[in-house]
Design a protein around this ligand. Structure first.
Ligand code: NDP
Ligand code: GDR
Length: 346
């Protein structure tokens, strides 16, 4: 039985990846950080919470990482944990550099020093391209021109991963993943924010939706398909970097329109532009060329933009309908780590 260690197990991708690896009969270990309100709702809502071996620790703490390696002895490490919200990186640039950037080196040092046969996936991002997009879909050879502390930190992680791969001969692959969304996406990201607000407006619980730059264009895919690409990268014969995307780009305004269309409402009546949601710098447009992943990993996206909006809207309306009937949201269910799946590392 193969063993995988996932950092960021409580996040969107961590949860979907854990599910995928369990289906492939892996023993799955997850590094999570202790926070005042436990955050295992995604693992619970996917029905896999009791099947994960949880290890408590923080990415900024080298001991946590070494302990997680020791407790799991992993064949594969999927390094997904990060301060992943671009906007927050302008508010906390140093913490972002530490967690999103430098922590990657902690993971790589653990591999270089003690676990040289362990394969590593690094979660790179289309944000690293920043302002490089010029109407041509971006591929692995395009230049990086990051536009946020988050993107700069990820670019550091990307390059240090390449340096350890080439310098020390380690199996380290980076995905350059474009935006991917789902029903369990964090509420602060614009797609989930939109479907959540539209559902509330539909049920009469809210009157307006406030957004920032609605002209920004993104290449939005469906998260469960993207974690499959991560898995494929670590099954390949050799480590490499891959763009994972849909090769389509849409504005935030289009996403908003499709979401309101789903409930037969006109978005113009509810939209308010609020400067509070503008960033000091914002990547204007992104579109990715996944040709290499298609050729070498036999990976391609399946869910198209309108279906993505439909999937997310459908689930969001269901949740608010449950709420109105007095039932709890998935994330309101208390879910403390229990003795059965919590590993002690000391
Ligand atoms: P999420 O924000 O949903 O999850 C981030 C995870 O990192 C959470 O589990 C979070 O824990 C954990 N984490 C944050 N800080 C620390 C820390 N100091 N120590 C330990 N764990 C920590 O992100 P996604 O699942 O959407 O993304 C996964 C990765 O892929 C991230 O690195 C992201 O930057 C990158 N990425 C995402 C894309 C997307 O569109 N989703 C596109 C390209 C790259 P907690 O739950 O406690 O907050
Ligand atoms: P992004 O995602 O920054 O692309 O990073 P986000 O959904 O936050 O923003 C997308 C675009 O929408 C614009 N926008 C708003 N964004 C938010 N969050 N809230 C708003 O109210 C709003 N109004 C307009 C933003 O300005 C931006 O242009 C995501 C994260 O998952 C990263 O971790 C990942 O690396 C990249 O995708 C690829």
């Amino acid at each position: 039985m193969k063993k995988a260690l996932i950092t960021g197990i409580t996040g969107q991708d961590g949860a979907y990846l854990a599910k995928l690896l369990l289906e492939k009969n892996y023993k799955v270990y997850g590094l999570y950080r202790r926070i005042s309100t436990p955050n295992f709702w995604r693992l619970q809502s996917l029905g896999i919470y009791d099947k994960i071996n949880l290890i408590s620790g923080d990415l900024s703490d080298l001991s946590s990482i070494l302990n997680a390696f020791k407790a799991s002895e992993p064949d594969e490490v999927y390094h997904l944990a990060a301060q992943s919200f671009v906007e927050a990186s302008f508010e906390s640039p140093l913490a972002t550099a530490e967690v999103t950037g430098l922590s990657t080196t902690r993971i790589l040092e653990a591999v270089k020093l003690y676990y040289r046969d362990t394969k590593v996936y690094f979660a790179g991002t289309s944000e690293m391209f920043g302002s490089a997009y010029n109407d041509k879909a971006l591929n692995e050879n395009d230049v990086f021109k990051p536009m946020s502390p988050y993107a700069a930190a990820k670019l550091y992680g990307y390059w240090i991963s390449r340096i350890y791969r080439e310098g020390y001969g380690l199996f380290i692959s980076s995905g350059i993943l474009f935006n991917h969304e789902s029903e369990i996406r964090g509420l602060e990201f614009v797609t989930r924010k939109i479907v959540n607000e539209v559902a509330k407006i539909y049920y009469g619980l809210e009157k307006k939706i406030k957004l920032g730059n609605i002209n920004a264009k993104r290449d939005w895919g469906y998260a469960p398909e993207y974690v499959d690409a991560m898995y494929r990268m670590l099954q390949a014969d050799k480590p490499d970097d891959y763009v994972i995307a849909t090769d389509e780009t849409h504005t935030v305004e289009e996403f908003l329109k499709y979401a309101f269309d789903y409930v037969n409402m006109d978005y113009h009546k509810y939209l308010e532009i609020d400067k509070k949601f503008l960033r000091p710098l914002d990547v204007p447009a992104l579109r990715g060329d996944y040709t290499k992943a298609k050729k070498e990993l036999q990976w391609e996206p399946k869910t198209k933009f309108p279906d993505l909006v439909r999937l997310m809207m459908g689930e969001e309306l269901k949740r608010w309908d449950m709420y109105l009937k007095g039932e709890k949201f998935p994330w309101d269910v208390p879910n403390y780590p229990n003795e059965n799946n919590l590993l002690k590392t000391y």
